[in-house]
Design a protein around this ligand. Sequence first.
Ligand code: ADP
Length: 256
Amino acid sequence: MTVALGIDVGSTTCKVVAVDARGGIVTSRLEPAEPRLEEQASRMLAAVSAEVDGDGDAPAVATGYGRRLARGADRQVTEITCHARGVFGALGHGGTLVDIGGQDAKAIRIGDDGRPVDFAMNDKCAAGTGRFLEHTAARLGVEVPDLGARAVAAPAEETITSTCTVFAESEIISLIAKGADLDAIIRGLHRSLVGRIVAMARSVGVIPPVILSGGVALNGGVRAMMSESTGHPVVLPPDPQLMGAYGAALIAAEAA
Ligand code: ADP
């Protein structure tokens, strides 16, 4: 039986999760973000509610950058609180959580009781987010889901020095013109992204295990380099892209 719903209105994707009384995921939906986020949030909440919430009275919490647009939710809770709650609910332990989404990234130190102890966020610069890889993948003619495996298997690594997505693209163009190996460029791009992310994580303290969430957690190259760079194992919750919505649903269930 569904007891609560959570919606994460992200900058790149919109996610809805329904949980039962034991905190198990009953159903979920994920769609690319549409220009009319408000309509999309209402439609997705209504669809999940019609699917699993017989009486239509399950409480709902909204999170994410567009959380105020989710009119069907009973209240809004910050992404930091929801991601920490979701990851703690899924894994049952704390650590340093790094969430890398499409247009922002955050590092959250989660205490042993599941509460966020400290956090840092980058929502100002695309270079430390999923957008960096998306943009450069498009330039290289590679699909985003294929990037990680190519970075891991690359026989060499090119150094990308630009600290900006736009300049990194110029750097890629000149590397290609010099005949550099495509996979070595891809590996260098991952190194650049992970360097930024790890610097942000260090600002809140890297307490193992390092936990990854958000859509970019699906990238095996980022996972491998995060582990290499921090010297700690990297743990992935099930459904890493749903952790914000899952945490929101757990908070809605607890409040009810
Ligand atoms: P937000 O919550 O900020 O809207 P998400 O957490 O949904 O963002 O993450 C979106 C990002 O995840 C995008 O940059 C996208 O390229 C990346 N992504 C999605 N699926 C994959 C995949 N299979 N492999 C690698 N990256 C992915």
